[in-house]
Design a binder for this molecule. Structure first.
Ligand code: GDP
Length: 301
């Protein structure tokens, strides 16, 4: 799978070294395996969970050949991902009964929020959907300009009031335009401030309230964007944002630039939130719908 090459190489070669010269999975192999998982940024808790499960199978069968380890690891990792990614979304589709579908996008600066919004707009537009963007990150210098640029590139309108304006008022106008113009999708960018949790919470709940004036069950999705190359920081951000608001989906970016794609497994397992998209490059097309089986396979083949 393009984009996950580095993770695959890292995982595969380390796993190979872990079992080199061994025919059975013994305590040393398990220790090495633990190293491999941790160094791929799976995270301690999830690593321990995976090791425990492999250990239990070794104990049950009394003997486990290292040649079978790949198969078992695949099953265990796929199992963990399945618990939180119940359905594999095949493609960029929107629910037919929610129009416009409203996505509120959250995440700290620099993780690839704007890029992901741009890519999403492009892919949904390609599907024939009518998309509107709301530039409600009015805080970060250049954020409004950046999303406007994406809007121009992709050919979707951007609702904006400029810098330092009220984000809720931008969200209000974006959703109003979405309803008035019978758009299929409204994506709202928000400021990536985490400096005080109360601020973030208040700001997001204010945005939600104004959206609900038009569409009572919106936003239909609160998507947290995380940079997959930042390891433990991504875990910490997930923790903070899930405390501040109900995050319903994840987009994990920059997996092309890291050998540590295991972060997807750990975050998915620990936060019980489905990973919906993965970013595998800077270009418009380089956003994939997350497919758990394809993802697991990309580690091993
Ligand atoms: P924001 O501050 O969260 O809105 O972040 P941006 O969207 O401006 O992205 C920050 C940088 O990360 C930019 O240089 C993007 O091109 C880059 N970026 C975003 N997503 C990806 C990705 O999936 N892969 C790579 N390699 N770069 C990405």
């Amino acid at each position: 799978d393009k984009g996950l090459e580095k993770t695959k190489e890292n995982f595969f070669s380390k796993l190979g070294k872990a079992v080199a010269g061994k025919s059975t999975v013994d305590i040393d192999v398990l220790d090495e395996l633990e190293e491999v998982l941790v160094s791929s940024d799976v995270g301690i808790e999830t690593t321990v969970k995976i090791i425990d499960r492999v250990e239990a199978r070794v104990a049950k069968d009394k003997y486990l050949g290292t040649s079978e380890l790949n198969v078992i690891l695949r099953e265990e990792i796929a199992g963990l991902l399945s618990e939180n990614n119940t359905e594999d979304i095949e493609d960029f589709e929107l629910p037919k009964d929610k129009k416009p579908y409203v996505i509120l996008v959250v995440g700290v600066n620099g993780v690839g929020k704007t890029t992901t919004i741009g890519k999403l707009s492009h892919q949904f537009k390609q599907k024939g959907y009518k998309v509107i963007l709301g530039a409600a990150d009015t805080f970060r210098a250049a954020a409004v300009d950046q999303i406007k640029l994406w809007g121009e590139r992709v050919g979707v309108p951007v609702v904006e009031h400029g810098m330092n304006t009220d984000p809720a008022s931008v969200a209000f106008d974006a959703v109003k335009k979405g309803v008035d113009e019978q758009a299929d999708l409204v994506i709202i960018d928000t400021a990536g401030r985490l400096h005080t949790k109360v601020n973030l919470m208040n700001e997001l709940s204010k945005i939600k309230k104004v959206i609900q004036k038009f569409i009572p069950d919106a936003p239909h999705e609160v998507m947290l964007v995380l940079d997959g190359s930042t390891g433990q920081n991504a875990f910490i951000q997930a923790q903070e944002f899930t405390k501040a608001t109900d995050v319903t989906s994840l987009a994990i970016t920059k997996l092309d630039g890291t050998a540590k794609g295991g972060v997807v497994i750990g975050i998915s397992d620990q936060f019980k939130i489905p990973v919906k998209y993965i970013g595998v490059g800077e270009k418009m097309e380089e956003l994939q719908v997350f497919n758990k089986m394809a993802f697991v396979e990309s580690f091993f083949t």
